[in-house]
Design a protein around this ligand. Structure first.
Ligand code: IPE
Ligand code: IPE
Ligand code: MG
Length: 258
Protein backbone atom coordinates (compact mmCIF):
# COMPACT_ATOMS: atom_id res chain seq x y z
CA UNK A 1 0.00 0.00 0.00
CA UNK A 2 1.08 3.54 -0.63
CA UNK A 3 3.33 4.35 2.29
CA UNK A 4 2.90 8.09 1.83
CA UNK A 5 -0.40 7.91 3.69
CA UNK A 6 -0.33 8.98 7.34
CA UNK A 7 -0.76 6.13 9.83
CA UNK A 8 -4.29 7.14 10.76
CA UNK A 9 -5.33 6.78 7.12
CA UNK A 10 -3.69 3.33 6.80
CA UNK A 11 -5.59 2.20 9.85
CA UNK A 12 -8.92 3.16 8.32
CA UNK A 13 -8.16 1.49 5.00
CA UNK A 14 -6.93 -1.72 6.61
CA UNK A 15 -9.36 -2.24 9.41
CA UNK A 16 -12.49 -0.32 8.55
CA UNK A 17 -12.81 1.17 12.05
CA UNK A 18 -16.41 2.26 12.29
CA UNK A 19 -15.95 4.50 15.33
CA UNK A 20 -14.15 7.75 14.56
CA UNK A 21 -11.00 8.40 16.52
CA UNK A 22 -11.35 12.17 16.25
CA UNK A 23 -14.58 14.16 15.91
CA UNK A 24 -14.53 17.90 15.15
CA UNK A 25 -17.67 19.98 15.64
CA UNK A 26 -18.92 23.41 14.64
CA UNK A 27 -21.57 24.02 17.27
CA UNK A 28 -23.85 26.37 15.37
CA UNK A 29 -27.41 27.59 15.78
CA UNK A 30 -27.48 28.86 19.38
CA UNK A 31 -28.71 32.32 18.39
CA UNK A 32 -31.56 30.97 16.25
CA UNK A 33 -32.55 28.53 18.99
CA UNK A 34 -32.88 31.42 21.46
CA UNK A 35 -34.63 33.71 19.00
CA UNK A 36 -37.26 31.07 18.25
CA UNK A 37 -38.11 31.10 21.98
CA UNK A 38 -38.08 34.87 22.35
CA UNK A 39 -34.94 34.62 24.49
CA UNK A 40 -31.68 36.61 24.29
CA UNK A 41 -28.96 34.95 22.17
CA UNK A 42 -26.87 34.22 25.25
CA UNK A 43 -29.61 31.85 26.48
CA UNK A 44 -28.87 29.71 23.42
CA UNK A 45 -25.15 29.75 24.16
CA UNK A 46 -25.87 28.71 27.75
CA UNK A 47 -28.01 25.82 26.60
CA UNK A 48 -25.21 24.90 24.20
CA UNK A 49 -22.84 24.26 27.10
CA UNK A 50 -25.15 21.46 28.28
CA UNK A 51 -24.84 19.79 24.88
CA UNK A 52 -21.04 19.91 25.18
CA UNK A 53 -21.38 17.93 28.41
CA UNK A 54 -23.48 15.27 26.61
CA UNK A 55 -21.03 15.08 23.75
CA UNK A 56 -18.05 14.59 26.05
CA UNK A 57 -19.93 11.83 27.87
CA UNK A 58 -20.81 9.96 24.67
CA UNK A 59 -17.19 10.21 23.46
CA UNK A 60 -16.09 8.60 26.73
CA UNK A 61 -18.66 5.82 26.41
CA UNK A 62 -17.83 5.04 22.80
CA UNK A 63 -14.08 5.25 23.03
CA UNK A 64 -13.70 8.33 20.85
CA UNK A 65 -10.26 9.65 21.77
CA UNK A 66 -10.27 13.19 20.39
CA UNK A 67 -12.99 15.82 20.36
CA UNK A 68 -12.35 19.28 18.93
CA UNK A 69 -15.01 21.97 19.32
CA UNK A 70 -15.27 25.34 17.62
CA UNK A 71 -16.38 27.73 20.35
CA UNK A 72 -15.34 31.16 19.05
CA UNK A 73 -13.87 32.01 15.67
CA UNK A 74 -11.44 34.79 14.88
CA UNK A 75 -14.34 36.31 12.91
CA UNK A 76 -16.77 36.20 15.84
CA UNK A 77 -15.26 39.47 17.17
CA UNK A 78 -17.46 41.08 14.51
CA UNK A 79 -20.52 40.35 16.66
CA UNK A 80 -22.13 42.95 18.90
CA UNK A 81 -19.81 43.86 21.75
CA UNK A 82 -22.25 42.65 24.38
CA UNK A 83 -22.60 39.19 22.83
CA UNK A 84 -18.81 38.83 22.64
CA UNK A 85 -18.44 39.86 26.28
CA UNK A 86 -21.15 37.48 27.45
CA UNK A 87 -19.67 34.63 25.40
CA UNK A 88 -16.26 35.09 26.98
CA UNK A 89 -17.86 35.26 30.44
CA UNK A 90 -19.73 32.05 29.71
CA UNK A 91 -16.49 30.36 28.66
CA UNK A 92 -14.93 31.44 31.94
CA UNK A 93 -17.87 30.19 34.02
CA UNK A 94 -17.96 26.86 32.17
CA UNK A 95 -14.22 26.42 32.74
CA UNK A 96 -14.53 27.17 36.46
CA UNK A 97 -17.41 24.74 36.81
CA UNK A 98 -16.19 21.87 34.67
CA UNK A 99 -12.43 21.61 34.91
CA UNK A 100 -12.33 19.49 38.06
CA UNK A 101 -14.81 17.07 36.56
CA UNK A 102 -12.82 16.86 33.34
CA UNK A 103 -9.72 16.08 35.34
CA UNK A 104 -11.51 13.46 37.43
CA UNK A 105 -12.59 11.76 34.20
CA UNK A 106 -8.99 11.72 32.90
CA UNK A 107 -9.81 14.19 30.13
CA UNK A 108 -7.05 16.33 28.73
CA UNK A 109 -8.26 19.85 28.06
CA UNK A 110 -6.61 22.18 25.59
CA UNK A 111 -7.44 25.41 23.81
CA UNK A 112 -6.20 26.19 20.31
CA UNK A 113 -6.31 29.70 18.89
CA UNK A 114 -4.82 33.08 19.63
CA UNK A 115 -5.63 32.90 23.34
CA UNK A 116 -3.79 36.09 24.27
CA UNK A 117 -6.59 37.91 22.46
CA UNK A 118 -9.10 36.49 24.96
CA UNK A 119 -7.63 38.63 27.73
CA UNK A 120 -7.15 38.01 31.43
CA UNK A 121 -8.55 36.33 33.48
CA UNK A 122 -9.57 33.84 30.80
CA UNK A 123 -5.98 33.23 29.67
CA UNK A 124 -4.99 32.39 33.26
CA UNK A 125 -7.90 29.99 33.67
CA UNK A 126 -7.10 28.28 30.35
CA UNK A 127 -3.43 27.84 31.21
CA UNK A 128 -4.31 26.47 34.65
CA UNK A 129 -6.82 24.00 33.18
CA UNK A 130 -4.32 22.90 30.55
CA UNK A 131 -1.57 22.23 33.05
CA UNK A 132 -3.92 20.48 35.51
CA UNK A 133 -5.07 18.03 32.83
CA UNK A 134 -1.85 17.79 30.81
CA UNK A 135 -1.07 14.20 31.79
CA UNK A 136 -4.58 12.85 31.13
CA UNK A 137 -5.07 10.55 28.20
CA UNK A 138 -8.63 9.20 28.10
CA UNK A 139 -10.22 11.86 25.92
CA UNK A 140 -8.42 14.80 24.38
CA UNK A 141 -10.88 17.67 24.46
CA UNK A 142 -9.73 20.65 22.43
CA UNK A 143 -11.66 23.90 22.28
CA UNK A 144 -10.93 26.27 19.41
CA UNK A 145 -11.28 29.83 20.72
CA UNK A 146 -10.22 32.95 18.84
CA UNK A 147 -9.22 30.36 16.28
CA UNK A 148 -9.10 30.53 12.51
CA UNK A 149 -7.78 27.90 10.12
CA UNK A 150 -6.00 30.57 8.07
CA UNK A 151 -4.40 32.01 11.19
CA UNK A 152 -3.13 28.54 12.08
CA UNK A 153 -1.61 27.87 8.65
CA UNK A 154 -0.12 31.37 8.40
CA UNK A 155 1.50 30.95 11.81
CA UNK A 156 3.03 27.64 10.74
CA UNK A 157 4.27 29.24 7.51
CA UNK A 158 5.87 32.02 9.55
CA UNK A 159 7.68 29.49 11.74
CA UNK A 160 9.04 27.75 8.65
CA UNK A 161 10.08 31.08 7.13
CA UNK A 162 11.98 31.90 10.32
CA UNK A 163 13.82 28.59 10.09
CA UNK A 164 14.69 29.37 6.48
CA UNK A 165 15.95 32.81 7.49
CA UNK A 166 18.20 31.19 10.12
CA UNK A 167 19.56 28.88 7.44
CA UNK A 168 18.19 25.74 9.10
CA UNK A 169 15.93 24.84 6.22
CA UNK A 170 15.94 25.35 2.45
CA UNK A 171 12.69 26.75 1.06
CA UNK A 172 12.80 24.07 -1.61
CA UNK A 173 12.63 21.38 1.11
CA UNK A 174 9.29 22.58 2.45
CA UNK A 175 6.58 19.93 2.17
CA UNK A 176 3.19 19.40 3.84
CA UNK A 177 4.99 17.14 6.32
CA UNK A 178 7.43 19.90 7.31
CA UNK A 179 4.63 22.40 7.90
CA UNK A 180 2.40 20.09 9.94
CA UNK A 181 4.49 20.15 13.17
CA UNK A 182 3.85 23.90 13.48
CA UNK A 183 0.06 23.62 13.37
CA UNK A 184 -1.94 23.92 16.60
CA UNK A 185 -3.22 20.34 16.42
CA UNK A 186 0.19 18.81 15.84
CA UNK A 187 0.31 15.28 17.24
CA UNK A 188 -3.45 14.83 17.06
CA UNK A 189 -4.72 12.52 14.29
CA UNK A 190 -6.73 14.35 11.63
CA UNK A 191 -10.49 14.44 12.30
CA UNK A 192 -12.32 11.42 10.92
CA UNK A 193 -15.73 13.01 11.30
CA UNK A 194 -16.72 16.69 11.08
CA UNK A 195 -20.16 17.72 12.29
CA UNK A 196 -21.80 21.09 11.74
CA UNK A 197 -25.17 21.73 13.33
CA UNK A 198 -27.49 24.61 12.54
CA UNK A 199 -28.05 23.97 8.83
CA UNK A 200 -25.19 25.92 7.24
CA UNK A 201 -22.97 23.85 4.98
CA UNK A 202 -19.64 25.62 5.29
CA UNK A 203 -16.35 25.35 7.16
CA UNK A 204 -16.27 28.98 8.43
CA UNK A 205 -12.46 28.99 8.74
CA UNK A 206 -12.31 26.00 11.12
CA UNK A 207 -9.59 23.33 10.68
CA UNK A 208 -8.77 24.06 7.04
CA UNK A 209 -5.64 21.95 6.85
CA UNK A 210 -6.81 18.99 8.91
CA UNK A 211 -10.22 18.54 7.24
CA UNK A 212 -8.66 17.57 3.91
CA UNK A 213 -9.96 13.97 4.08
CA UNK A 214 -12.50 14.22 6.88
CA UNK A 215 -16.03 12.88 6.41
CA UNK A 216 -18.46 15.81 6.56
CA UNK A 217 -21.84 15.65 8.30
CA UNK A 218 -24.27 18.56 8.22
CA UNK A 219 -27.51 18.65 10.15
CA UNK A 220 -30.24 21.31 10.39
CA UNK A 221 -30.60 20.55 14.13
CA UNK A 222 -29.62 23.63 16.14
CA UNK A 223 -26.75 23.08 18.58
CA UNK A 224 -28.87 23.44 21.77
CA UNK A 225 -31.08 20.62 20.41
CA UNK A 226 -28.16 18.38 19.46
CA UNK A 227 -28.81 15.72 22.08
CA UNK A 228 -27.18 12.32 22.43
CA UNK A 229 -29.43 10.71 19.86
CA UNK A 230 -28.43 13.29 17.26
CA UNK A 231 -24.76 12.54 17.85
CA UNK A 232 -25.50 8.83 17.54
CA UNK A 233 -27.12 9.53 14.14
CA UNK A 234 -23.96 11.30 13.01
CA UNK A 235 -21.84 8.37 14.20
CA UNK A 236 -24.08 5.95 12.33
CA UNK A 237 -23.76 8.01 9.17
CA UNK A 238 -19.98 7.89 9.58
CA UNK A 239 -19.94 4.13 10.14
CA UNK A 240 -21.68 3.62 6.79
CA UNK A 241 -19.13 5.51 4.74
CA UNK A 242 -16.27 4.20 2.68
CA UNK A 243 -13.10 6.27 2.96
CA UNK A 244 -10.85 5.91 -0.03
CA UNK A 245 -8.06 8.49 0.46
CA UNK A 246 -7.50 8.65 -3.29
CA UNK A 247 -7.56 4.86 -3.83
CA UNK A 248 -10.21 3.00 -5.79
CA UNK A 249 -13.10 1.22 -4.12
CA UNK A 250 -11.54 -2.12 -5.17
CA UNK A 251 -8.28 -1.28 -3.41
CA UNK A 252 -10.17 -0.43 -0.24
CA UNK A 253 -12.05 -3.72 -0.45
CA UNK A 254 -8.80 -5.64 -0.92
CA UNK A 255 -7.20 -3.88 2.06
CA UNK A 256 -10.20 -4.84 4.18
CA UNK A 257 -9.71 -8.53 3.43
CA UNK A 258 -5.91 -8.47 3.58
C1 IPE B 1 -22.80 29.25 17.45
O1 IPE B 1 -24.11 29.72 17.45
C2 IPE B 1 -22.00 29.76 18.61
C3 IPE B 1 -20.98 30.76 18.27
C4 IPE B 1 -20.64 31.15 17.09
C5 IPE B 1 -20.27 31.34 19.37
P1 IPE B 1 -24.47 31.11 16.77
O2 IPE B 1 -24.39 32.17 17.80
O3 IPE B 1 -23.66 31.32 15.55
O4 IPE B 1 -25.99 30.84 16.39
P2 IPE B 1 -26.73 31.34 15.07
O5 IPE B 1 -25.96 30.80 13.90
O6 IPE B 1 -26.77 32.82 15.10
O7 IPE B 1 -28.09 30.71 15.20
C1 IPE C 1 -18.83 29.27 13.26
O1 IPE C 1 -20.12 29.72 13.42
C2 IPE C 1 -18.03 29.48 14.48
C3 IPE C 1 -18.47 28.79 15.70
C4 IPE C 1 -19.46 27.94 15.84
C5 IPE C 1 -17.74 29.13 16.86
P1 IPE C 1 -20.63 31.13 12.87
O2 IPE C 1 -22.06 31.18 13.16
O3 IPE C 1 -19.77 32.22 13.39
O4 IPE C 1 -20.35 30.97 11.30
P2 IPE C 1 -20.91 31.80 10.07
O5 IPE C 1 -20.61 33.24 10.35
O6 IPE C 1 -22.38 31.55 9.99
O7 IPE C 1 -20.18 31.25 8.88
MG1 MG D 1 -23.94 30.83 13.58
Amino acid sequence: MNNRLPDSQHARLDGGASVPQHVAVIMDGNGRWAKARGLPRIAGHRKGVERVRDLVAVCGERGIRYLTLFAFSSENWRRPEQEVRLLLELFMTALEREVKKLHKNAIRFRVIGDIEGLGEPLVGAILAAQSLTAMNDKLHLTVAANYGGRWDIARAARALAERCARGELAASDITPASLEPYLSLHGVPEPDLFIRTGGEQRISNFLLWQLAYTELYFTPVLWPDFERKEFVLALESYAGRERRFGHTGEQVEAARHA
